[in-house]
Design a protein around this ligand. Structure first.
Ligand SMILES: C[S@@+](CC[C@H](N)C(=O)[O-])C[C@H]1O[C@@H](n2cnc3c(N)ncnc32)[C@H](O)[C@@H]1O
Length: 279
């Protein structure tokens, strides 16, 4: 288990301006506030870094490197170029010139796909159930909303904490043209040296999303134009879900599901299937 300490950096007083928007989320994380130097070497720590928050790896392990996991839509060059229609994600979503389908991102994670889709003009309802990852993403979006270069894109992303099937209100207004994006965590297969260190921190925190097949079953019972599942190349097909087609990229593939023929669209007012009613 990964334990996390909340550790304000030495000299930091209260919250910086951009973090105030998410500061209210901190109590829900149930973290133990300790001075930075008192974080046990085997623990992760959440700290303020500059104008935002970052998750620092345990100092005793070299596996995670020395840099923290931090989401920065404003300065990170990976987010500076908008998605184009030629890219696999845009093709998998079925985007065409002049058409920008509303997106439900069931697995927001570090917000990379949500950002890419928002950068090309889609409005994204994004769901993240891990409280710490949700916190880091909420913080990053709050910062991006304050910056003139990124505000418009950030405003298109509506982040919710928790799984979509637990939040019927967030799904109100679901439309037939909605595209569902699903990118669950799979157990890593690459040699550890090939996995970027920030992704090792992320994987240590989340583990594998073992309920992925059932989440997809629920999502496919909802209204929508297509369901796009991002998977590693090596992933074997799921018994219950055979994609209509696949869009491949160098490292991953997108399995695309179209509406089932003859299936009546489910109303969004009651999105919980029996399978999930106990969760
Ligand atoms: C592989 S990551 C997604 C990465 C994301 N697509 C991106 O571009 O950064 C999977 C994330 O989805 C979250 N997750 C998995 N299943 C979920 C569910 N049913 N509801 C909400 N979040 C979920 C995990 O906590 C994890 O943060």
């Amino acid at each position: 288990m990964v334990r996390v300490a909340h550790s304000p950096e030495d000299g930091a007083e209260g919250f910086c301006a951009s973090s105030q928007a998410v500061a209210g989320l901190l109590p829900a994380l149930d973290l133990e506030p300790v001075p930075a130097q008192a974080v046990p070497p085997e623990q992760f720590s959440l700290r303020q870094a500059g104008d935002g928050w970052a998750l620092w790896p345990p100092t005793e392990s070299k596996a995670y490197g020395r840099l923290p996991l931090r989401i920065d839509f404003v300065h990170d060059a990976r987010f500076s170029t908008p998605l184009t229609l030629k890219e696999p994600l845009a093709r998998a979503v079925g985007m065409k010139s002049g058409q920008r389908p509303p997106i439900i991102d069931l697995t927001a994670g570090l917000g990379r796909d949500a950002w890419a889709l928002a950068s090309i003009g889609c409005s994204v309802q994004a769901f993240e159930r891990h409280p710490l990852i949700h916190f880091l993403l909420a913080d990053a979006l709050a910062r991006a909303r304050q910056h003139p270069a990124t505000a418009t894109i950030a405003e298109r992303i509506h982040l919710h904490q928790g799984a979509a099937h637990t939040q019927p209100d967030a799904l109100n207004g679901l439309r037939a043209e909605t595209v569902w994006l699903f990118d669950p965590m799979f157990p890593p297969r690459q040699k550890s040296a090939e996995v970027k260190k920030e992704m090792r921190i992320f994987a240590a925190l989340i583990g594998a999303d073992t309920d992925a097949e059932s989440v997809l079953s629920w999502a496919r019972s909802q209204s929508g134009a297509r369901w796009v599942v991002k998977r590693p190349h090596h992933a074997t097909p799921w018994a219950a879900h055979c994609p209509d087609f696949t869009v491949e990229s160098a490292r991953i593939r997108f399995d695309v599901f179209l509406p089932r023929r003859g299936a009546a669209s489910t109303s969004t007012g009651h999105p919980l299937s029996e399978e999930f009613s106990g969760q």
